[in-house]
Design a protein around this ligand. Structure first.
Ligand code: HEC
Length: 297
């Protein structure tokens, strides 16, 4: 009984603050500048969280420039990110609102902030906004940032056919990884281990028998020495179609390291085989998928 009484008392004491916080969030969401000022003058904290969001996040999400400006002038933390939704920069990028993006960046927003599994630059690329991409990169965003599942901004841009964004990223510091050569290690590779790795990592999408045909990915029978992207009637990505020549051991080495990074825009969205020994074994196994395996280097 006493507990209940105490609880009610506490509630009474806290109620005005909660109400002020709610009023601030309400005003921010509507872009009501006078309402924001009134709620703050009544004591609401500028970074209070309601429903997982700060007032600044709500003002930006609503597209309200004046409200966002006022909150920043009143000391809002531009990088506050109370939930996986990330800081206020994210809705500005998703809405392609370059004025809000510049306001936030000028006030110290982190151009390398993350939302859930992706960085700000990925959000900008997803929204297809070249100006947003430029604003972030000019402010120091890492053009080689990866999503949690290994996608670079350049991969996303090429995958979606956003050529201007892809060209901009390419000329602003994208690094395509290149592994050390494996040709000399192939003779000593463990083909059986390669087969196991194939079953675990590739068998879900690729057949490896002469009559297996295509699956989600093209048949890999005879793949070593075969022209790239040449299986009849398949729709390959522009990324793979643009890569000339036959599949050599070293081209496979490069491709399989991290397909989405070495071959941005590729339809094979898997993280790859970063371990050098495992990749060598796997390629030695791929060589055996033929009636007449080509000679070892
Ligand atoms: C999620 C499905 C998926 C997985 C897993 C996968 N691939 Fe692929 N693979 C594809 C697709 C789809 C393509 C076609 C890519 C394109 O057009 O950009 C492809 C293309 C290829 C090619 C080029 C073939 C050609 O005809 O030029 C090779 C080689 C290849 N994969 C090897 C592998 C190996 C080795 C693994 C395992 C480490 C693997 N893939 C795992 C889906 C997959």
């Amino acid at each position: 009984m006493r507990g209940v009484l105490l609880f009610s008392l506490l509630l009474l004491v806290h109620m005005p603050i909660v109400a002020r916080a709610a009023a601030l969030h309400d005003a921010a969401m509507k872009g009501d500048v006078a309402g924001i000022a009134a709620a703050m003058d009544a004591g609401a904290g500028v970074d209070n969280i309601d429903g997982g969001a700060t007032p600044l996040y709500l003002a930006v999400r609503g597209g309200h420039m004046a409200a966002a400006k006022l909150l920043l002038e009143r000391g809002a933390d531009v990088n506050a990110a109370p939930t996986p939704l990330g800081p206020a920069l994210m809705p500005a990028l998703a809405k392609r609102r370059i004025d809000l993006i510049n306001l936030l960046l000028d006030n110290g927003a982190d151009p390398n902030a993350y939302r859930n599994r992706e960085a700000a630059l990925h959000v900008a690329v997803r929204s297809g906004c070249l100006d947003c991409v430029k604003a972030l990169v000019e402010d120091g965003a890492d053009v080689n940032a990866k999503t949690k599942d290994g996608k670079s901004p350049l991969h996303l841009a090429k995958f979606k056919g956003q050529h201007e964004i892809a060209d901009y990223l390419t000329s602003h510091g994208v690094v395509l990884p290149t592994p050390a050569p494996i040709s000399k290690k192939l003779a000593a590779a463990d083909v059986e281990k390669g087969r196991t790795a194939f079953t675990r990592l590739c068998g879900y999408c690729h057949n490896a028998t002469p009559d297996g045909g295509d699956n989600q990915g093209p048949s890999l029978w005879n793949v070593v020495g075969r022209d790239k992207a040449s299986v009849a009637k398949r729709r390959y990505s522009d990324a793979l179609l643009a890569w000339q020549g036959v599949w050599t051991f070293e081209d496979l080495n490069k491709f399989l390291l991290e397909p989405m990074l070495t071959t941005p825009g590729v339809y094979m969205e898997m993280t790859g085989v970063p371990d050098d020994t495992e990749r060598t074994n796997l390629i030695a196994y791929l060589r055996t998928l033929s009636d007449k395996p080509i000679a070892l280097p």
